[in-house]
Write a protein that binds this ligand. Structure first.
Ligand SMILES: [Zn+2]
Length: 256
């Protein structure tokens, strides 16, 4: 699934092709909201967490949320697409380029600026200097006391960018039990979680194989394999109302 580090690269790839260009064609069959007008200028392409925002000159912002299944492809005009056109949820044409969003569950437009649209989201931990303190306070404002920390870390109102892989990896790095209620996680530990998420996401922005420890990933997708620290088999359990897979070493973790 796309994590913040992936979306950051998507934006970096689309930006040079679309930024500052005049819109030549736009197609989105299930678009929620107004269609951008042909001839308007694309003013910015940015990722915030798992949301990709494309702003048009007439104060309209296109938001795609890729969730589990979506992806953006960039093609030269006339180039053959790698997926069927029936899967296209949004097609943006400018001179020389066609950007196609496949299978995204959310494609909508908002009036206003990109900042207005996403003000409810927490700081983007893939960015260079996010407001880490704000993210720490958001745990208390956005999560109830009994929300488990493994669920809270995925809450995009707390911070953007942490997906299911980094959730398990950040908790493993700090040896914190993913099932600990937020109320039992000290402010100091909340700060370390956010700082660690920021560090690990930044370290993986270049792409390639994700790496949080020398061996690769410490716990994610390693169910039954020995913990690199103590040799205990890594455990996996589905967590939260969305049943997201959570990996941890039962011996290494504590609830602080
Ligand atoms: Zn262990």
């Amino acid at each position: 699934m796309p994590e913040g580090d992936t979306l950051y690269r998507v934006a970096a790839r689309l930006r040079p092709a679309l930024d500052g260009k005049e819109l030549r064609g736009f197609e989105a069959k299930r678009l929620l909201g107004d269609k951008p007008k042909i001839g308007t200028t694309i003013e910015s392409v940015e990722a915030k967490g798992k949301h990709l925002l494309i702003s048009f000159s007439n104060q309209l912002v296109l938001e795609t949320h890729l969730k589990m299944s979506g992806s953006w492809h960039l093609y030269r005009t006339g180039e053959r697409w790698q997926k069927g056109s029936h899967l296209a949820r949004c097609v943006i044409e400018v001179d020389e380029w066609v950007a196609v969003c496949f299978s995204a569950p959310v494609v909508k437009t908002h009036h206003g600026s990109a900042d207005d649209v996403l003000s409810y989201l927490g700081p983007d931990l893939t960015s260079e200097n996010p407001d880490l303190e704000l993210a720490v306070t958001r745990f208390g404002e956005c999560c109830s006391d009994d929300t488990q920390i493994g669920v809270a870390l995925l809450d995009q109102r707390v911070a953007c960018g942490v997906g299911n892989v980094f959730k398990s990896e950040v908790l493993a790095a700090l040896r914190l039990d993913p099932f600990t209620p937020v109320a039992d996680v000290s402010v100091g530990m909340r700060g370390r979680l956010i700082a660690t998420a920021h560090r690990l996401l930044r370290a993986n922005l270049r792409g390639g194989e994700r790496r949080t420890v020398v061996q690769g990933l410490a716990v994610y997708d390693r169910k039954g394999k020995p913990c690199f620290t103590c040799g205990t088999p890594i455990a996996m359990r589905y967590q939260g109302e969305h049943s997201r897979s959570t990996y941890w070493c039962p011996r290494c973790v504590s609830s602080e």
